[in-house]
Write a protein that binds this ligand. Structure first.
Ligand code: ZN
Length: 196
């Protein structure tokens, strides 16, 4: 089963082996000199295929299996990925989320025993839920696509991984991509997302 997905702003479909990234920042469109490694591990849901295709089908038809792809994308100083701040924030929020999850188990045990014994539920469990809410808000903010991640998104690959599909937020950057890759890129406004 496959699903047709339409995009308001067109995607760019470009040949992986020939792609040239313009020296512009995908976020703000300014001239850019910092290279950023964008590493993509194709996930099952990212395959864009002509139809559903199982790993068995791939092997049988001699179609290469997904492998990690690395793109070197330029960005300006302000929007480069090597900003460690967001990664630290993500690590911290992941730690608190894990802590909250552990505490959640205990909270349910305590609430359960209070109810079981006919006691009023202690005030601490209420405070705990405030803590969980705060942690979830932090995680939401930390894991939101940020800067370059939001402006330069890899939507997926063709079934044979010859072409990559990019969603570029900045129209100037999108046009520059098309210009630089005139022979190997095209705009597409819809894709068929395979089930696998
Ligand atoms: Zn920028």
């Amino acid at each position: 089963m496959s699903r047709r997905v339409t995009f308001k702003d067109p995607l760019i479909r470009v040949r992986v082996s020939r792609v040239i990234f313009p020296k512009l920042c995908p976020v703000c469109g300014r001239e850019a000199n910092h290279t950023n490694k964008v590493v993509i591990t194709p996930k099952k849901t990212q395959y864009l295929s002509l139809g559903p295709m199982t790993p068995y089908d791939r092997r049988r038809m001699g179609i290469p299996s997904p492998e990690v792809k690395t793109f070197h994308v330029y960005a300006c100083e302000d929007h480069s990925l090597d900003d460690g701040g967001i990664m630290r924030l993500r690590a911290i929020s992941a730690f608190y989320a894990l802590l909250a999850l552990c505490m959640l188990v205990f909270a349910f045990i305590f609430i359960g025993s209070d109810i079981h014994l006919g006691r009023p539920v202690t005030i601490w469990t209420g405070l705990f839920f405030v803590f969980v809410g705060a942690v979830m808000t932090l995680a939401y903010v930390a894991f939101r696509p940020y800067g370059l991640e939001a402006a330069f998104r890899v939507i997926g690959f063709d079934y044979d991984f010859q072409h990559v599909w990019l969603q570029l937020q900045n129209p100037a950057y999108r046009n520059a991509m098309i210009e630089r890759n005139a022979m190997d890129a095209e705009l597409v406004s819809w894709i068929v997302r395979g089930r696998y």
